[in-house]
Design a protein around this ligand. Structure first.
Ligand SMILES: C[S@@+](CC[C@H](N)C(=O)[O-])C[C@H]1O[C@@H](n2cnc3c(N)ncnc32)[C@H](O)[C@@H]1O
Length: 381
């Protein structure tokens, strides 16, 4: 059994998004999810109480990647805070894992990135940003210092994989004891991270969390009717194993450190008055699920014959790669030279692309989220 620190380091290695600004450039769908939910951040800005004299209003984005996808929604939140509390200083803390490309984040915020030259940081005065490269399962900010905590598409990452998944690469393909072990790990992580946020929040503070999950109809990311994206990942990886390109040990060593919670699992700690989360003062304001369609699929469907199946595949597969590549790379034996590992992973995504190009029907990565608004009661510690 790995020691906790080793386990955390190992998991962090498999989680990083592709850096150099690639993440935001290739992940339009994640930005659509956040932009669609910007109203929840504005509602949170309407709900928080006036800061004490001379105190800033503090926001945090937990699991922010390169910050590009949340910039526009955070701007709306910041503008509303400014309307309500003119002259107040605003602090935005970005958090992610130590392996995250924080350089890309600051370039994006300063307008040097490839996304836009104007951001809330370049346009609005008296806004200060900083970053923390420590995982969100721990408390990251001082007690009662946070007004609005935000997180999008990040809290499905668990702190460590409880066991290998023998026949698949994701818990959505797991069953029996393996699935139970993942569910227990995710339950513990959800409780821990919520208690940590409860400590950070000021009384009256808010959390807005847009989390990947499984909706009431059993849908989840890349599984909304057509081909199941995770089954496709597992199928191609298995094929490469059967052909001897990767070993059986490498196949088993490859799995996402993720768990897709159901709405019941998300809401459970708020419904139990004795749970540490409830006791720490967190209360559920709202919970709902929603599907945001795959923008690459939409563009293909809308352009008709103007876009070839190959062009669709070339636009679509990089968005899968932006967040999954590290998992496949880290599953490979470290004795292989790095160049060889990259060649294998290039081949893997090439096969996915070829499969989509040969018949694009049923391929789409629709986003399925549970949208949660939470408040910290005013009368708790
Ligand atoms: C799919 S990206 C989402 C990024 C951005 N929030 C968005 O919605 O576009 C998931 C992010 O969560 C981060 N992440 C995963 N586990 C984390 C942890 N334990 N603590 C902090 N960040 C984590 C990853 O490094 C990655 O940047």
């Amino acid at each position: 059994m790995a020691k906790p620190r080793e386990a955390a380091q190992g998991t962090a290695r498999t989680m990083a998004m592709k850096g150099g600004g690639y993440y935001s450039q290739r992940t339009r769908g994640a930005k659509d999810v956040i932009d669609n939910a910007a109203g929840m951040l504005v509602e949170a800005a309407d709900a928080i109480s006036r800061p004490g004299k001379g105190m800033p209003v503090t926001l945090a984005d937990f699991g922010a990647a390169d910050g590009g996808t949340s910039e526009s929604a955070l701007r709306k939140c910041i503008e509303r805070i400014r309307e309500r509390f003119p002259g107040t200083q605003i602090q935005v803390s970005y958090t992610d894992l130590p392996s995250n490309d924080f350089s890309a984040l600051f370039k994006n915020l300063l307008g040097f990135g490839s996304l836009t030259s104007n951001t809330y940081l370049t346009d609005i005065e008296n806004v200060y940003v900083n970053a923390c490269g420590i995982g969100f399962h721990k408390q990251l900010l001082p007690d009662a210092s946070l007004d609005i905590g935000f997180s999008a598409t990040a809290m499905h990452y668990i702190s460590e994989k409880p066991c290998p998944i023998e026949n698949h690469v994701h818990m959505v393909g797991a069953s029996g004891r393996t699935l139970v072990a993942y569910a227990e790990q995710a339950r513990q992580n959800w409780n821990d991270l919520l208690v940590a946020r409860a400590k950070e929040l000021r009384p009256g503070g808010r959390l807005v969390m847009l989390n990947f999950g499984i909706d009431e109809q059993g849908r989840y990311l890349g599984n909304t009717g057509g081909f199941n994206m995770f089954d496709t990942f597992a199928g191609i990886w298995r094929q490469m194993c059967d052909e001897g390109m990767i070993s059986q040990a490498e196949f088993v060593n490859t799995s996402f450190p993720q768990y897709y919670r159901t709405v019941e699992e998300f809401c459970a700690p708020f419904k139990d008055n004795d749970s540490p989360v409830y006791q720490a003062g967190l209360r559920l304001v709202s919970a709902k699920t929603g599907v945001v369609g795959c923008p690459y699929r939409r563009a293909f469907d809308e352009t008709g014959s103007a876009m070839s199946a190959r062009e669709f595949a070339e636009s679509y597969v990089p968005t899968l790669r932006s967040w999954s590549e590290a998992v496949f790379l880290s599953g490979l034996n470290e004795a292989r030279p790095m160049e060889e590992r990259h060649q294998i992973v290039d081949m893997f995504y090439q096969r996915y692309e070829d499969r989509v190009a040969s018949d694009p029907s049923g391929h789409a990565m629709d986003y399925v989220h549970c949208y949660l608004a939470v408040k910290k009661t005013a009368d708790q510690p």
